[in-house]
Ligand binder design. Structure first.
Ligand SMILES: C[S@@+](CC[C@H](N)C(=O)[O-])C[C@H]1O[C@@H](n2cnc3c(N)ncnc32)[C@H](O)[C@@H]1O
Length: 284
């Protein structure tokens, strides 16, 4: 047996030395995962000098090593929290990010004001936005669209696990998705790939573990966005809302993709850290 507090402190030192920003939190979450306990229970264990058995500790040490090699925390635990839903994630799918929770909020706020809204999430990845909208707006009928086979399998698994009656996942290219819904959609939301091809993501978790298909969007990063806008023109009814996530310096370029003859009220919104990360517009 070893003291949980000591094990956590040692793990946090290893992770901090490896450049992991949230070293202590990650250590707590990994130990919680290993013990099948909540993070709060692990924190309590550390405060009260509780012990952890040697086998569990050896497995924890192995997880800490992998995290120090900059494997994403969510790949090690297999889970990612996104708003009100918890998703299974792992190799082959983009790990949902906190800033996307704000993008989903914009879609949820719009859908909540409608009677039986039809919502489409283009490029759904793990299903994060689609499934959160479906969970938080039970009156909505939500479809998530994903092209990549590996990501699609994660989204389908999450949809099956959550068993929301108002959510479905469809395989397809966002460029020609869901023609049966043309002109009948109330909200189109999307977090497409938007990193310019030549840019190398700084964090190893992103560079080495997020699928390239989820990251890169052509020479200026906006090729998928152009397809999202064109598909939204086709899918949305008059007055329907488009909500897209983009890079912090892309707000102006994204608004420039929105032809004023087709789109009204274009607006770019900051995320929780004040960076411009989402743009909305209404189909005329
Ligand atoms: C940045 S990830 C976002 C995933 C998810 N929406 C989220 O926010 O966590 C972009 C996703 O777009 C998918 N994708 C890329 N090109 C696509 C296309 N042409 N049609 C459909 N999905 C596409 C990728 O496979 C990836 O899952």
């Amino acid at each position: 047996m070893t003291d949980a507090g000591e094990a956590l402190a040692a793990a946090a030192r290893v992770l901090a030395a490896a450049g992991v920003e949230s070293a202590r939190a990650d250590a707590e979450l990994l130990l919680a995962h290993e013990l099948g306990e909540s993070r709060g229970r692990v924190q309590a264990l550390a405060l009260t000098g509780g012990d952890v058995d040697r086998d569990a500790l050896a497995r924890f040490a192995r997880l800490v090593e992998r995290r120090a090699d900059r494997e994403p925390l969510q790949h090690l635990t297999g889970r990612a929290a996104f708003r009100t839903v918890e998703l299974a994630v792992g190799p082959g799918v983009f790990v949902p990010r906190p800033e996307t929770e704000v993008v989903a909020q914009l879609a949820i706020d719009a859908a909540r004001g409608m009677e039986a809204p039809v919502v489409v999430d283009l490029a759904t990845g793990s299903g994060a936005i689609a499934l959160a909208v479906a969970a938080e707006v039970p009156a909505a009928a939500v479809t998530g669209v994903e092209r990549n086979a590996a990501a699609l399998a994660w989204a389908q698994r999450n949809a099956a696990d959550l068993a929301l009656p108002n959510a479905r996942i469809a395989q397809g290219d966002l460029a020609d998705a869901l023609p049966e819904l043309d002109g009948g959609v109330d909200v189109v939301v999307s977090n497409p790939p938007y990193i310019p091809d030549g840019m190398i993501p700084r964090d190893p978790e992103v560079r080495l573990h997020d699928p390239a298909d989820a990251l890169f969007g052509g020479p200026d990063g906006l090729d998928p966005m152009r397809a999202v806008v064109a598909t939204a023109v086709r899918l949305l009814r008059a007055g329907g809302l488009l909500v897209v996530e983009h890079g912090e310096h892309q707000g102006e370029a994204v608004r420039a993709l929105l032809d004023p003859a087709v789109w009204g009220a274009p607006a770019t919104h900051p995320d929780l850290t004040g960076r411009d990360r989402a743009t909305t517009a209404r189909r005329r």
